[in-house]
Design a protein around this ligand. Structure first.
Ligand code: PLP
Length: 396
């Protein structure tokens, strides 16, 4: 007999058949000694190659202590526009605006919500949004929410294709949206060319720089890919997450005063949700001041990245066009990728299999995100496991 849940059973069955079914793992952080915490997943101790805490800041004692001291209540229990606009959030926004060389900044509860909030607010029925084909799900969802008359998807990082689409739509109002470092491929957007195109076409340029923020850029500031290419001032809206390079939690938008004022009035994911808890604003402020005092963390991190990339290339893995801390090992087949990931897990190496719809069908991969807390001995162990299992599964 038909049931009202048939479509749910059917879809779950289809996910299983296509090897794209997802399951949650239970994670626990356990302290092994005064300086080391280890991740346990389903009770197994693992080397974690899936953390976005790229610089290893989330467990720094200095930041944890300041965050605990700031914890006066669990949460503001109110939206920013009612009674939740804590003075610490305002302080954080001033620091973030300065960090991005923008006039102003606005903190959102998450980076995902920042994308939803900005793109939906800025687009009107007269706008066409030009979005890179590999943009993150939060940008895709934001485009779906936007009231624009059309979304034009340009081929990944393909400036010539974008030029063709811009020309085809020359009379429309335009918004161009890209990531800084691509979340599933680890390559860097051609932001210099994109900013030139935005200028010529009078388009609003939005950059979601979640993965490069505090990792790329000028020493001491590390203002992400716009700063890395010297085009920070040409980016109309910078979007980022505080839960990646900064090892904290939250999202933010850096922009002009005008856009800031507009978002406060128009951005529904900003208006109709609770404010970020104030102790998390303090965590972010403290993490930024920690980075200002420890200017070389990023340089040391890049030495690890370059070593690791060279090892993978030498072993013969297909790592696409990454040159960053996000490293895809592109396998293709969904089942093979899942099995590879599962066997690595048995060997104590956690690297998630990324499959459709996060990436296209047939482009499944292990997505390694390196983080600076990984020790040399752990990285050597990981490379040895990848070598052994890569051969076993005929991936290399
Ligand atoms: C490019 C990009 N933007 C935004 C987000 C969302 O950030 P948050 O985790 O703060 O919601 C992510 C998350 O992974 C991301 O990869």
């Amino acid at each position: 007999m038909a049931s009202k849940y048939d479509h749910i059973y059917d879809l779950l069955q289809e996910y299983r058949k296509k090897n794209i079914y997802r399951e949650l793992l239970i994670s626990e952080i356990k302290k092994e000694n005064s300086s080391n915490n280890f991740l346990y997943l389903n009770k197994k101790k693992v080397i974690n190659l899936c953390s976005n805490d790229y610089l290893g800041l989330s467990q720094k004692n200095f930041i944890l202590t300041k965050t605990r001291e700031a914890l006066k209540q669990v949460s503001q229990c109110s939206s920013r526009l009612i009674s939740g606009n804590d003075i610490k959030i305002k302080k954080l926004e001033k620091i973030l605006a300065n960090h991005r060389t923008s006039e102003n900044a606005l903190v959102y509860p998450t980076g995902y919500m920042a994308n939803l909030g900005v793109i939906s607010a800025l687009s009107t029925l007269e706008h066409i949004i030009f979005s890179d084909s590999l943009n993150h799900a939060s940008i895709i969802d934001a485009c779906r929410l936007a009231k624009s008359k059309k979304i034009e998807i340009f081929k990944h990082n393909d400036i010539d294709h974008l030029k063709i689409l811009l020309k085809k739509n020359s009379h429309a109002k335009k918004i161009i949206v890209t990531e800084g470092v691509y979340s599933m491929d680890g390559d860097i957007a051609k932001l210099y060319e994109l900013s030139e195109l935005a200028k010529i076409n009078d388009a609003i340029l939005i950059v979601d720089d979640a993965h490069a923020d505090f990792v790329f850029g000028n020493v001491g500031n590390y203002g992400g890919i716009p700063e890395y290419y010297g085009v920070a001032k040409d980016v109309d809206v910078h979007i980022s997450s505080l839960s990646k390079g900064l090892g904290c939690f939250g999202g933010y938008v850096a922009s002009s005063n005008l856009i800031n004022e507009f978002l406060i009035n128009k951005s529904r994911p900003f208006i109709y949700t609770s404010a970020i808890p104030e102790h998390l604003a303090v965590a972010a402020i403290t993490a930024i001041s920690f980075l200002k005092k420890n200017k070389n963390i990023q340089k040391e991190f890049f030495k690890k990245i370059h070593w690791f990339l060279a090892q993978l290339t030498q072993l013969g893995f297909n790592i696409g066009s990454t040159s960053t801390h996000i490293i895809p090992i592109i396998v293709g087949d969904e089942k093979l990728t899942t099995n590879f990931s599962k066997e690595l897990f048995k060997n104590g190496v956690f690297v998630q299999a990324i499959r459709y719809p996060t990436v296209a069908f047939g482009k499944a991969r292990l997505r390694i995100s390196l983080n600076d807390s990984l020790k040399e001995s752990q990285l050597i162990y990981v490379i040895n496991c990848l070598d052994k299992l890569g051969h076993k599964y005929n991936i290399i």
